[in-house]
Design a protein around this ligand. Structure first.
Ligand SMILES: Nc1ncnc2c1ncn2[C@@H]1O[C@H](COP(=O)(O)OP(=O)(O)OP(=O)(O)O)[C@@H](O)[C@H]1O
Ligand SMILES: [Mg+2]
Length: 554
């Protein structure tokens, strides 16, 4: 069977049933567009069809990975609704574009030299007798020629003498570029327009051009004296069959024809709108960060356990209390509930909180989740295992120098350096920062300490360093019983999240779900605000139910 190669992945999709003991090496579309997984078993390889529901996801994932750049743009295609949302999010950029374009239009209008246009009109008459037939023939003759005459207006035969006669500070070619002539269809009229920066000069040039042009045409149309002389001694007098008369003399225009402020302004507004739309589209397309919990769920296929709204007061007031009615307090209560209900069969007691990169809100999530659990009466211990930038102690106003590292090097027992943060929450600060945090956190002693704490407390929350820049948390992950992955809304890129999830999966870290931090605060009633958060599916025995259903069953 011939296969079309559609990409590779290091791990099969979560629900994929790959042959036991096999390692999937690639995904293919066979001749009938069925997805096939090729897997290595020992020395050989074997193909296996991918179940239909899985195919669409595999296909979506794999096709979106075609080409590194295209892969990085995954999920960034914008429909009209998405574009309008992006526009409202990037309104400042749009306004700046609009203001810049309008400013440019105003500047062009203000700085461009005004130009005036003077117009004159000529009538081309045929020199005929009063005989009607001849008159008609003459009329047809003039009409046939008049288009050609118009093309002669801006030739050097006309402009040269005008420049010389009026002593214009320009060349015949340049003057020609400012002259336009047109002959309306089925008429014997020629309209001549001349542009100049001075209105009077424009009129003078137009009149001079008209006079010179009439003379040139009459000269051109005059037949050469080649015929035999009618009377001996008398030279024949050749006459032009047409004569040009001025029907309208040019007068100095009162208003300039350029610049046109209203037209320029309209062009500026239109250009600004197009520029704004283009820039917003470009930024949105190049921005691979995650904006919604749905997008995060689709990317990671992990349960979204919480969405913490952006709160401008968070840096000043990092702690929220259970009694608080802010949206952030509510979000942490919901995170606590989702976590309590999740994995009821095998409830994790040691929960590590981490994220891909620095500053996503790991510490903020750890301390508030721990506080919220303690306030709900759960015996909780918060451990600061971020041995790079420990912040837990300072957040609670506790002492940092005695804590986890003091216990790890055997100078104290956990209970000796445990501190109380109120509401029954116990805090094990980081202790002194060691030179070898990665080794310390992955040590057997660390595992012992965590399990001792898990024997004492119902839940141990572990704040950690970010996953991607340092190896500390990857070493710690297998020691925890579950991991919460914090993702900063509209900031963390898809690649960073994907890499973090893959790194955790590689070391066997059990990811409980994601916390979407600094999410755009939903409008309206704060209680209804997070109703649309996709509920994590929870396994109870062999059934899968949502936590809210479970709450209803109780
Ligand atoms: N929901 C939020 N709304 C607004 N600001 C927040 C929110 N969560 C966290 N912050 C702010 O973001 C900054 C980083 O938060 P935090 O220290 O918790 O991140 P971190 O992931 O622990 O950082 P690090 O990687 O340095 O340890 C802090 O100033 C914090 O106040
Ligand atoms: Mg931190």
């Amino acid at each position: 069977m011939r296969h079309a190669y559609i990409g590779e992945r290091s791990t099969p999709p979560r629900s994929g049933r790959v042959l036991p003991g096999s390692h999937p090496t690639g995904w293919y579309l066979d001749g009938r567009h069925r997805a096939v997984c090729r897997a290595d078993i020992g020395g050989g390889s074997v193909d296996r069809d991918v179940p239909a529901p899985m195919f669409s996801r595999v296909h979506r994932e794999q096709t979106s990975r075609l080409g590194g750049f295209l892969g990085s743009l995954e999920g960034c295609s914008l429909d009209l609704h998405g574009f309008l949302k992006a526009l409202s999010r990037r309104w400042l950029t749009a306004v700046v574009c609009l203001v810049l374009a309008i400013g440019a239009a105003v500047a062009v209008t203000a700085w461009s030299t005004p130009e005036y246009e003077a117009r004159t009109q000529l009538f081309v008459a045929a020199r005929t007798s009063e005989d009607t037939t001849q008159l008609n023939q003459g009329q047809s003759f003039s009409q046939a020629r008049v288009q050609s005459y118009a093309a002669i207006v801006s030739t050097q035969r006309v402009t040269g003498p005008v420049v010389r006669e009026l002593k214009l500070p320009t060349t015949p070619e340049e003057l020609a570029s400012r002259i336009t002539a047109e002959a309306p269809l089925n008429t014997v009229l020629i309209n001549i327009s001349v542009r100049d920066t001075e209105p009077e000069r424009a009129a003078r040039i137009a009149n001079a051009v008209a006079a010179c042009f009439s003379a040139v045409i009459e000269r051109l149309e005059t037949p050469a004296p080649t015929g035999p002389q009618r009377k001996p001694g008398t030279p024949p007098e050749p006459v032009s069959p047409v004569s040009l008369g001025v029907t309208q003399m040019a007068v100095a225009p009162s208003a300039p024809v350029s610049p046109r402020p209203l037209l320029n302004l309209a062009a500026g507004v239109l250009g600004g709108l197009l520029l704004a739309a283009g820039i917003v589209f470009l930024l949105e397309t190049l921005d691979t960060s995650l904006k919604t919990t749905q997008a995060l769920g689709e990317l990671t296929e992990l349960p979204g356990l919480g969405a913490i709204p952006y709160d401008k007061n968070a840096p000043g007031q990092p702690l929220v209390t259970a009694a608080g009615h802010s949206k952030r307090a509510e979000a942490f209560r919901k995170l606590r509930t989702n976590l309590q209900f999740a994995q009821v069969d095998d409830r994790p007691r040691i929960i590590m909180v981490t994220s891909s990169v620095p500053g996503e809100g790991k510490t903020n999530t750890s301390v508030n989740l721990a506080l919220s659990l303690a306030e709900a009466g759960v015996a909780t211990c918060l451990v600061d295992a971020d041995l790079r930038r420990p912040c837990v102690a300072s957040t609670f106003g506790l002492v940092r120098d005695a804590g986890l590292t003091t216990v790890l090097i055997g100078q104290a027992r956990p209970e000796d350096v445990m501190q109380k943060a109120g509401n029954g929450l116990s805090v094990l600060a980081s202790g002194a920062i060691p030179p070898n945090p990665t080794e310390m956190l992955a040590s057997a002693r660390m595992s012992e300490v965590l399990h001792d704490l898990a024997d004492t407390y119902e839940v141990v929350i572990v704040d950690t360093a970010p996953l991607l820049p340092v190896a500390d948390t990857i070493g710690l992950a297998p020691l925890a019983q579950g991991t919460l992955l914090v993702v900063r809304a509209a900031k963390t890129s898809r690649d960073q999240v994907r890499t973090a999830v893959e790194a955790l999966n590689r070391v066997g870290g059990r990811i409980l779900g994601t916390v979407f931090n600094m999410a755009a605060a939903p409008k309206g009633d704060s209680y209804a605000a997070y109703g649309d958060l996709p509920s994590p599916r929870i396994s109870v025995g062999r059934r899968e139910i949502a936590p809210m259903d479970l709450a209803g069953e109780k």
